[in-house]
Design a protein. Structure first.
Length: 441
């Protein structure tokens, strides 16, 4: 039987402006990466996220970020558009486009700001066996209107196909300069138990210790302790420690963060998380900080669900650890109440709402317009514009100067007399306005 599946389209983040925020132990960091490092979860989907709106009204509320997602027909993410709140409206801030190969591995991510004057690009390379070998980062140079090298990472594997070495470089304008390397060590269960990061001097001619992670696991191969060390002249110095306690179902029950205190040469409590569940759903994370030898309130994170739908039937993109959602129902919202010491009570700090759709997405910048196609792109200056109910066309250069405009219904446009570079085509139809970027080569 075919699943009736849905997809996440929109995320709204609402911040409340009274209290400073601490990170939770969901961000229990490690250098460790999954073997399919560049893969994005691919589900068989028929339906897609479509719209996100904020219904929250409170005197302290600021709608901070709004995110829209579109998906390819096989259910993997195609684009992410980010809007930031500016006084009274959500202004377009950034767009990310994703491109994949035939096996679903990501090949390219391109990010632009709202006026397309800056951006970054990531290109992924894979070996014959499908594992990632190289990741190259580019920055967009507005002056030359071209992409230039920024950084790259080279990956190596052991005989079991696990990460063994990760080397990082930056580009100095003429050559790649190696900056650091990360070495992984595994136990007999192929679990990462030791990670050592080295810093390079003289472009790899000499190396120095920098950071070290040690990881311990329980009988179910879940991480129960991670210790971070920093190299201090001639020895490893403890820095921070994370410990996790699991319940009988293998879910987080408690998590602790400790800091190393040099003056007394011992660990000291820093943060504690206590997790609560209803059925399979994580519903609350109570966060405490260690102050004056006692645990004090810091924040409460609450998660709300639609119990009629399982998260396993949804394509979703979230910015935090997703392990707790694997067997959960559909996530509707996340709320953080932070402790306000001056009020001696919890106070709303942040709300994130997740919206889903049961209908196919449209691949337009503005969903109110008719389907707009402009090609070829890049172009030599001769372009074709296909759209219904056309009323007006305006073309701008990267400085905002109008270089072409017409009220005539024309399919073919000739701007080959313009200089090479990026241009923006504003198309006005009976249903709305849409702007596309083109490149004249």
């Amino acid at each position: 039987m075919k699943k009736n599946t849905i997809m996440m389209l929109l995320i709204i983040v609402c911040n409340f402006t009274l209290i400073a925020q601490n990170k939770t132990l969901f961000e229990n960091y490690s250098f460790q990466k999954s073997q399919k490092v560049f893969g994005i979860q691919n589900k068989s989907l028929n339906n897609y996220i479509e719209k996100l709106d904020s219904s929250i009204t409170t005197i302290l509320n600021i709608v901070d970020i709004k995110k829209y997602y579109t998906y390819y027909s096989n259910g993997i993410i195609e684009s992410q558009r980010i809007f930031k709140w500016d006084n009274a409206v959500n202004d377009f801030y950034e767009k990310d486009n994703y491109l994949y190969n035939q096996t679903g591995d990501i090949l390219q991510i391109i990010s632009y700001n709202s006026d397309y004057t800056s951006g970054n690009k990531s290109i992924y390379n894979y070996g014959l066996n499908g594992v990632s070998e190289k990741l190259i980062y580019y920055l967009y140079d507005y002056n030359t209107q071209d992409w230039r090298y920024s950084n790259k990472i080279i990956f190596e594997y052991n005989s079991s196909g696990l990460f063994s070495l990760e080397k990082s470089y930056y580009y100095d304008g003429a050559n790649w300069i190696i900056t650091d390397s990360l070495v992984y060590f595994y136990n007999t269960s192929e679990k990462d138990t030791l990670e050592i990061k080295y810093k390079s001097d003289n472009n790899g001619l000499s190396w120095n210790y920098y950071l070290k992670n040690t990881l311990d696991y329980n009988a179910n191969n879940k991480i129960i302790q991670r210790i971070l060390y920093v190299w201090d002249i001639n020895h490893w110095r403890e820095n921070s420690k994370y410990e996790t306690i699991y319940d009988t179902s293998g879910r987080w029950e408690e998590a602790f963060h400790f800091l190393w205190i040099d003056s007394i040469s011992q660990w000291e409590n820093n943060q504690k998380d206590i997790f609560s569940y209803t059925g399979q759903n994580l519903t609350k994370d109570s966060i405490y900080l260690w102050e004056d030898s006692i645990w004090v309130n810091e924040a409460i994170d609450t998660y709300n669900y639609d119990i009629n739908v399982n998260m396993s039937d949804i394509a979703y993109i979230l910015d935090y650890v997703e392990e707790f959602l694997e067997n959960a129902n559909k996530l509707i919202s996340y709320e953080r109440d932070a402790w306000a010491e001056v009020l001696n009570q919890f106070w709303p700090y942040e709300i994130i709402e997740y919206y889903y759709s049961n209908s196919n997405f449209t691949n337009n910048e503005n969903l109110q317009t008719d389907v707009l196609k402009i090609y070829p792109n890049p172009t030599n200056g001769i372009i074709t514009i296909n759209v219904k109910n056309l009323q007006r066309i305006e073309i701008f250069d990267s400085n905002g100067k109008v270089v072409y405009q017409t009220n005539r219904i024309k399919k073919n446009i000739d701007i080959s007399g313009q200089a090479k570079g990026i241009y923006f085509i504003k198309v006005i139809t009976a249903k709305g306005v849409e702007t596309k970027k083109i490149l004249i080569e």
